[in-house]
Every structure is written in structure tokens, then in C-alpha cells.
Design a protein. Sequence first.
Length: 144
Amino acid sequence: MHEIRTDIEIAAAPERVWEIFTDVESYPRWNPFIRRITGSPDAGSQLTVHIEPPGGTGMTFRPTVSIAERPRELRWVGRLMVRGIFDGEHRFVIEPLSDGRVRFHHSETFSGILIVLLRRRLDRSTRQGFLEMNAALKSLAEET
């Protein structure tokens, strides 16, 4: 297993961050990492997600939403072809802080036989994609 964890503080209410973050139709306008999502971010739904990591190759996959707890957490599980090849559990958690701020946690746990081959790429381009997405979400949520 391998995990990438990032977080960022955002000066906005949890509901505002959730509203922006779950408006998947707007992703092409602001999200530099997850360029497109089709489907509804509701528990049990299957999404079609297209990512474009910086310096990496774009990829489309079809994860299933396992948790959609407004305005706190969205989690999905996806895999490449069959279970055990390259699996990922992607988590987005909005943690309320004082003074109308939140900490946005963005992480993914990877498992499967391809991890050995992909670990360096994940640590470089995927992690950078997470950071760029977090910064773009912060900028949009903090606009007045």
C-alpha cells in the first residue's frame, strides 16, 4: 500500500467549500487536476472521472462513491481493470476550524501489484496534482 496525503486551510465555511467541491459540472473551469467528472457524487453512485496530473498522462476511471456526507466527506473507490492490479481509495474531508475556516484534507490510498512500478510517479505528479487542486479550491472558496 501507498498513501498520498495533503491538506490546506481555507477561509470559508464548510458548506461553501462543499458546494464548490461537489459541483462537479464546474470542474473544467477551475480544477487543474480532476478535469472532468460525470455522475452524481452520492453514496453508491458510479462516477466517470478524468484526471490530468501535472507532467503525467491523463487517465479516465470509473470509481464508486462509498461515502457522501454533506458537508464533511466524499470518498470513492476505483480500480484499474480488476481488483488487485491498481486500486485507489480517494478521500476528501472538510474539517471545520474556528473563525469560519476549514482544513481540506485530500488523500488517496493505493494498493495493488502496480504500486511498485508507479510509486515514484504517484509521489511526483499525482501529489502535485492534489496540491494544485487544493490551491484552486481555496482560491475559489475565498473569493468574495
